[in-house]
Design a protein around this ligand. Sequence first.
Ligand SMILES: *Cc1c(COP(=O)(O)O)cnc(C)c1O
Length: 225
Amino acid sequence: MTVTENLRQIQKQVLQLAQGRPVTMLAVSKGQSAAVIRDAWAAGQKAFGESYLQEALEKQAQLRDLALEWHFIGPVQSNKTRAIAQHFHWVHGVTRLKIAGRLSEARQEAGLPPLNVCLQVNLSGESSKAGVAPEDVAVLAAGVAGLPGLRLRGLMTLPEATPDVALQRHRFAALRELQSALNERGYGLDTLSMGMSQDFVSAIAEGSTIVRVGTAIFGERQKTS
Ligand SMILES: *Cc1c(COP(=O)(O)O)cnc(C)c1O
């Protein structure tokens, strides 16, 4: 199947699963060429997710003629906050207030409207996984919500890969419940960034508003950093 066919098919599936709720499909293009992104754009895809700054900047430069929406979904290193704040519309992996503060400052210095951010939550407690612990989300949210250069949109998670649908749903439900708890305190969060190629069906069933789909659209990616 071609990228265009995959996009159509997954977009259709997302639409059916969403049952009238708005769910955005982010095309995760890390490890894919600018030419492939251009093909996806021609097929109607506007939002793209990248994990590695240098790779993303190179492709953005080649795609400058297109009005694309860029989402940074990788780990945010503190020496890269300036470039990330200037070259992306969204950052999904905010895990520390210090990093958030740097993104906010850089965004303001660049004179850009507030950067959309999600807090990444580590639900499985795996030490190898990035993310704030569920019990620390409220404190981080309070800090981030006060930063003028950022707009706190919601929560993101990257759970352990598992074919166990019950476990997938358990994790995604936990993220939704954390969001509800924050919204009871008045945060007005509208985003749950959860679900990838393997588990987006479960994620949408549990309320996902952004699914991040890579290999199911583009096939295997080339290894990057
Ligand atoms: C790579 C990546 C994805 C996409 O994964 P696929 O399994 O290829 O769909 C989604 N989210 C994050 C944070 C990623 O790093």
